[in-house]
Ligand binder design. Sequence first.
Ligand SMILES: Nc1nc2c(c(=O)[nH]1)N[C@H]1C(S)=C(S)[C@@H](COP(=O)(O)O)O[C@H]1N2
Ligand SMILES: [Mo]
Length: 321
Amino acid sequence: MKLQSSDITPREWLQSRRGALRHLLASTSALALPSFGAAQALAPTQRPGKLAPLPAKTSLLPGAQAMDKLTAYKDASGYNNFYEFGTDKSDPAANAHTLKTTPWTVDIEGLVKKPGRWALEDLLALSPMEERIYRLRCVEGWSMVIPWVGYSLAELIKRVEPLGSAKYVEFVTLADPKTMPFVGSRTLDWPYTEGLRLDEAMHPLTLLAFGMYGEILPNQNGAPLRLVVPWKYGFKSAKSIVKIRFSERQPATAWNKAAPQEYGFYSNVNPEVDHPRWSQATERRLGEDGIFGKKRKTLMFNGYQAQVGQLYAGLDLKKFY
Ligand SMILES: Nc1nc2c(c(=O)[nH]1)N[C@H]1C(S)=C(S)[C@@H](COP(=O)(O)O)O[C@H]1N2
Ligand SMILES: [Mo]
């Protein structure tokens, strides 16, 4: 039987990786192992095996291992929102092959002591890679569980030394009409931008992701690097980032500009605050429930309340949606 990542729970996934590592250590010279042995030892059948491997150690951060069943790779990479490549869920997988991810640079701008341009290679080497299994819930009502690979955005932020006046972080993503067929369409004001309060951006769960399922990100999931903010609606998790800007004022965001009464700056997952056109109380897990399957209850802060709830103490979450 061929074991698919979608058939196993994250606990089994982690245990089988440890088992594979023990087997490898017993059968080969331990000295031959590269530094992040665990992901290297991942059985090839558990990795999609389509893209370059991105070795990582398992993150021990509280909240970093959602114990729900993993979403199948084919669903996570085949059902996407990436409006630069079209508005249908199947468009990004069909069209994003044109995205050119090398060379890639990220500009750090604004209120920091160390502004400048980072090459992707230097960002990849900045901090050890961790695998984190996060729930991600789209504002449209579907959700998934993905083993991401990356490190806390805080590692990069500390390195560039924000000034005391910096209160917000803006993320600007690629808008290249030559490779992104829908940049120029009137759906959104391009480039797609997003923003976080500095304390949200510094929260250890806020992930700068370079990979998923043990491999580098597929283009349609935001290669070569993206944000993953697991307690917020999916649109806050900007894909294919080219610029990170620190500011004193709250930055504009693409969805807020497009429909301010529907998409606020905070966009924390909250089953008690409905979208003006639909309820946010329940969700469907991708691949699991089927279109007519039963819905599951959406959790406050997408299940990350213990980790992030204190960021919003005293804030009226109905007003700051
Ligand atoms: N640049 C960019 N980033 C984006 C989007 C987009 O259209 N463009 N869509 C967002 C939305 S609505 C969601 S739900 C997630 C989807 O991420 P996934 O395709 O990896 O599931 O990406 C977010 N990041
Ligand atoms: Mo979304």
